[in-house]
Design a protein around this ligand. Structure first.
Ligand code: SF4
Length: 434
């Protein structure tokens, strides 16, 4: 279902006004969408925002791919996409799924198809049925017979009851559509900037493909859209336009975000305003890993983005100050790191044993200037002594001063208080806590 542009203009104003008002009350109001079932994981406005990732192994190497999927799932990926680009890769998909199932991992697998998806999906039905979603790029379904090839993939999706993501990417935008849009723009009295025409064409490409898929019999709640670009301002522009034109869930992500710090910051800058406005139903962070780097880093970044925005909680958060001339040693940095590592290491057990522990907050502060205030806001907080301060560290529990630590064992003592807090607050007998 696609909304006409004219219908949308007024609604956009109302919608933005509503979101701004709503954000001051409840902070986060999701754009309403259809709900899409991807192999048992629901994507849409009625469900938690889903984190997904993609392997970078050769899918034909089924052992390596299954191993990497396990790592991504362990890090928190709820859906994993694999490249399906060759006959060998297509043949490997069912085997990868079987290997994962043997280990009790039932994560939905998504097939990423370009150019030959219509052939691979029709010639390898075992691959088509093993996948929980097909990702199709309308710009890469074949140059001469693009509509026919696209329709072949949709036909497989309809017959298997498998949803699709129509993923437009500015780097592989349908050049025929773009040329037509540029021609039309050139004949306008007041032509738009060419960048704006590209953005509009990306949106049109996604919507037209979705319309064609629906005409082929694919239900509206079996379609997810994405429209990825690699610069933050354009991403905001394209997703805001797309969001008001349809009710399909949106897969969010900055494509080709880049390496390390640049990729993390660029992604966060790009997706956060959209997420705050309630746009986006599933998130993938597209970091370039360092050679032999950890692919699961993209999953950790996605989790941290969502938790920082208080959209989902995954693990207790440690608040720590930046330090300044008042901090005479590295103790508070070392302590903040040790407490954070301790929490991460404990989460596999805590998550199972202590429901709600992921909402806990811990403050580790460098001195008493902001320390007590920040500590009182956290579930548990400590202010270490700064320069020229009494060598004592007040500890706050649920906003109240609990005790004061001193001596060489501050970190160990605080860990014990932390453990005790988790057990008594989130354990079975937590109601009895006094
Ligand atoms: S809490 Fe204290 S040590 Fe930390 S930044 Fe503020 S003044 Fe500096």
């Amino acid at each position: 279902m696609i909304l006409e542009q004219d219908d949308c203009a007024g609604r956009l104003q109302n919608c933005i006004l509503f979101l701004r008002l709503a954000s001051s009350v409840s902070y986060w109001t999701r754009r309403q969408t259809f709900q899409v079932n991807v192999g048992g994981v629901m994507i849409g406005s009625e469900h938690p925002l889903v984190i997904q990732s993609m392997t970078n192994t050769d899918t034909a190497d089924t052992d390596a791919t299954a191993e990497q999927i396990k790592e991504l799932v362990t890090a928190g990926s709820e859906i994993v996409r694999v490249t399906v680009n060759t006959v060998e890769a297509a043949k490997g998909v069912a085997s990868i799924k079987a290997k994962l199932m043997e280990e009790g991992i039932s994560v939905p697998l998504v097939g990423d198809f370009h150019y030959n998806g219509h052939l691979l999906l029709t010639q390898h039905p075992e691959c088509a049925t093993a996948l929980a979603k097909y990702r199709i790029n309308p710009g890469n379904v074949g140059s001469k017979h693009r509509d026919a090839n696209f329709q072949k993939i949709i036909k497989v999706a309809v017959s298997n009851g498998t949803p699709v993501r129509i993923g437009v990417n500015w780097g592989s935008l349908d050049q025929r559509l773009l040329a037509d849009a540029m021609d039309t723009n050139a004949n306008r009295n007041e032509p738009k900037e060419s960048e704006e025409v590209v953005i509009d064409t990306i949106v049109e490409s996604a919507l037209r493909s979705a319309e064609l898929a629906e005409k082929m019999g694919l239900a509206e709640d079996m379609i997810i859209l994405s429209a990825k670009v690699s610069a933050a301002p354009e991403l905001l522009n394209v997703y805001r336009k797309l969001a008001i034109r349809c009710r399909y869930p949106l897969h969010l992500g900055l494509t080709e975000a880049g390496l390390g710090l640049k990729g993390i910051v660029a992604t966060t800058a790009a997706v956060s305003p959209l997420l705050i406005d309630g746009i986006g139903d599933t998130l993938r962070v597209s970091l370039t890993p360092l050679p032999h780097g950890n692919r699961a880093e993209e999953v950790l970044v996605a989790r941290q983005v969502l938790q920082s925005l208080q959209i989902r909680n995954f693990e207790p958060q440690v608040t720590s100050c930046p330090g300044c001339g008042r901090t005479s040693s590295t103790l508070f940095q070392e302590m903040a790191l040790e407490i954070q590592d301790h929490i991460r290491d404990s989460m596999p057990i805590w998550g199972e044993t202590y429901p709600g522990v992921e909402e806990m907050t811990v403050a580790v502060m460098g001195c008493v200037v902001n320390g007590p205030g920040e500590s009182k806001q956290a579930s548990l907080g400590i202010s270490l002594p700064g320069n020229a301060e009494d060598p004592k560290a007040p500890v706050y529990v649920d906003g109240k001063h609990d005790c004061t630590l001193s001596g060489d064992g501050i970190v160990g003592d605080f860990k014990k208080i932390l453990e005790n807090y988790v057990t008594t607050t989130y354990g079975k007998d937590s109601d009895e806590r006094v």
